[in-house]
Design a binder for this molecule. Structure first.
Ligand SMILES: Cc1cc2nc3c(=O)[nH]c(=O)nc-3n(C[C@H](O)[C@H](O)[C@H](O)COP(=O)(O)OP(=O)(O)OC[C@H]3O[C@@H](n4cnc5c(N)ncnc54)[C@H](O)[C@@H]3O)c2cc1C
Length: 435
């Protein structure tokens, strides 16, 4: 490898053609092309930078993970609205590599070797880790293909529909959404066993009142058995095949489908010294690694912010500015990160399948909901005014079906979110860059 050139050196026999203009002095690698990676790439390009930007992504498709529970119920929408081949979402000016990163190691004080599963190495001056967390079923596995992902969802769809018992373990927001989604997919007479370690659903990021409201509601669903104060023994993985599971209390549950709803940061390719025990990248106030210069993290750092879109988008803005500064040799001017949407301490809506509630306690004041719909103030000019409240983003506590109805309308009507709306369906597939 020619370190001085700051370019990737493909292995002999590789068909890859990853070159950079001779005058580009600096090279930034973004690992992961979900919301975090994509927003970061855009944020770097927005700045006056002096860096080439390469995104390395393990999958050959883009998926809007927030919509996957919904897509389990509405398979036709998965391909249409919630996912797309990766090349249809490429940003002009960014280079893309389809590969899994297996390690990142420092070369000198500010250069890194990024090793790919193919055995190839790439040299970078700045690295942004955007690999998020893993979660069974609602997030695609690292390195999976679009076809494998669609097949995985279909397998679970069929197994849940045929199941007598479906078990979901974990009472976080995603666990609730998954258990609630399955609730609307099971056949009559079947049941959901939802196991949580505490007495209440959700974490202590949410107010006691909100947690109790949701827990009481779920207890009233006849087809759901909410098991509180218990845990699953061992570390079973998600399964769509009948098996017996043992809880800490000694109770055994036979389930046809089981989802352990636990998230884990996907940073196995980093050494222990740069991350916390849970795998979050340790960062300073500029979102740069506390251990490695010019290595940043978006959506997977130890910053005390929950993993939500407005927070991630703001982290990407901070990192975009800082990468640009580093590439212009102005590292002493790095900007400090300020949290995005400061009123959001936790999520502002929680779904239990086709039932959901707005978390007004969490938001603190009703006015904080302003702009949540995307329409500028004053509300009286909004075209939706005649149907006020239908969306769930109104000034009441709409604990009921209107919150999921709002999301359902949003998901069903068109491409969801800022990203999939931009998919260029007619973009030609690039020559294979796979490694
Ligand atoms: C079910 C669900 C519901 C949610 N609901 C909401 C919500 O209502 N509101 C909200 O604000 N947020 C919500 N979130 C959270 C938020 O939307 C997501 O966490 C966010 O989309 C994550 O984006 P990301 O880019 O960080 O992660 P991802 O989209 O997972 O992207 C990470 C990428 O990194 C790649 N990668 C990982 N490891 C490697 C490797 N070694 N080499 C190469 N590539 C790698 C992966 O393949 C993946 O594509 C929800 C999340 C889930 C799962």
């Amino acid at each position: 490898m020619e370190f001085g050139k700051r370019i990737q050196t493909p292995k002999a026999g590789s068909s890859a053609n990853i070159g950079f203009e001779n005058d580009v002095q600096h090279k930034t690698i973004i690992i992961g092309n979900g919301l975090s990676g994509r927003e970061t790439a855009k944020a770097i390009l927005k700045q006056k930078n002096n860096t080439a930007v390469t995104v390395i992504e393990s999958k050959n498709f883009y998926e809007s993970d927030i919509a996957t529970p919904f897509a389990l119920r509405k398979p036709e929408l998965y391909e249409k609205n919630f996912s797309a081949p990766e090349h249809q979402l490429r940003i002009v000016g960014v280079e893309y590599i389809t590969a899994k990163v297996v390690s990142v190691s420092p070369v000198d004080k500010a250069s890194y070797i990024i090793s790919l599963s193919s055995g190839e190495d790439i040299l970078a001056d700045a690295v942004v880790v955007c690999t998020s967390f893993s979660h069974p079923l609602t997030k695609a596995a690292v390195g999976s293909t679009w076809e494998e992902r669609k097949a995985e969802m279909e397998t679970y769809r069929k197994s849940v529909a045929a199941a007598d018992t479906v078990m979901v373990v974990g009472g976080g927001t995603v666990g609730c959404e998954v258990a609630g989604t399955f609730r609307s997919m099971i056949k009559q007479g079947s049941k959901i066993v939802h196991v949580v370690s505490g007495d209440l659903l959700l974490s202590d990021k949410f107010s006691e009142r909100e947690r109790k409201m949701l827990t009481d509601k779920v207890k009233s669903f006849p087809e759901v058995e909410l098991v509180t104060g218990d845990r699953l023994e061992g570390h079973p993985v998600a399964s769509a095949t009948k098996a017996t599971y043992k809880l800490k209390s000694g109770r055994e549950i036979v389930a046809d489908v089981m989802i352990p709803s636990f998230a884990k940061f996907q940073t196995d390719f980093l050494p222990a010294e740069v991350k916390t025990k849970s795998g979050a990248v340790k960062v300073n106030s500029s979102l740069m690694s506390t251990e490695w210069k010019n290595v940043f993290a978006v959506g997977c750092s130890d910053l005390n912010e929950h993993c939500a879109i407005p927070k991630i988008a703001n982290q990407a803005t901070t990192v975009g500015k800082n990468v640009a500064l580093v590439s212009n040799n102005k590292a002493e001017k790095l900007v400090k990160h300020t949290t995005g949407a400061p009123f959001l301490k936790a999520e502002y809506a929680v779904m239990y399948g086709d039932w959901g509630m707005m978390l007004n306690d969490e938001i603190g004041c009703l006015g904080a909901l302003c702009f949540a719909c995307g329409f500028p103030f004053p509300c009286c000019l909004a075209p939706c005014t005649p149907w006020c409240g239908v969306c769930g983003l109104n000034c009441t506590r709409p604990a009921g079906k209107n919150v999921p109805a709002f999301f359902e309308a949003m998901f069903s009507k068109g491409p969801f979110g800022p990203v999939l709306g931009k998919a260029n369906k007619s973009a030609p597939a690039p020559p294979s860059m796979e490694r």
